[in-house]
Design a protein. Sequence first.
Length: 153
Amino acid sequence: MARIDPDFSRMSAGARLGVLALCLGAGAALGFLGTLGHQSLPPVGVAIGLITVGLYLAGLRAWGGVRGPATAGAVGVGIVVGAMATVTDGSVLVPGNPIGYVWLLGVAMIALVVLGWPSVQRAPRLAAASMVPGGAAAPASERFTEEKDSAQP
C-alpha cells in the first residue's frame, strides 16, 4: 500500500490533482449549504456561514503550506455562491438585502484575506538524537555492533 505524504508540495502530480478536486468539490458543497442557510436565522445564519467558510479556507491554507488547496476551495465556494446569486426562473436564493450582500461580499473578502496572507517561514529543525546513527537514544544492539566492529582488527 502506497503511503501518501500529507505535505501537499511533496505529493505526486496525480495526488495533488485529486486533492485539488476534493477541495474544489468540498468548497462547492460549503457554498451551496451556506447560500441555502444564510437567510435562515438573520443574522446568525450568515455569521455561521461566513465563519465556516473562513475556517475551511484557513484550514486548507494551513494544512497545505501552499495556496493551491485554499485557492481550489475558494474557487468552489465562489462559483457556487455567485451562480446561486443570479436570478433563475424568478427565484432568488441570495436576495438584494443587507444579509445577502454581507454573504456575497463576506465570502469574497474572506477568500482574499486567506489567500493574500503572507506565508509563515518556519525555522529549520535540528535532527533528534534518536535519528543520529549511534546517538544516545540508539538501541543497545546497534551501539554494541558498532563497538564490536571497531574492536576487531
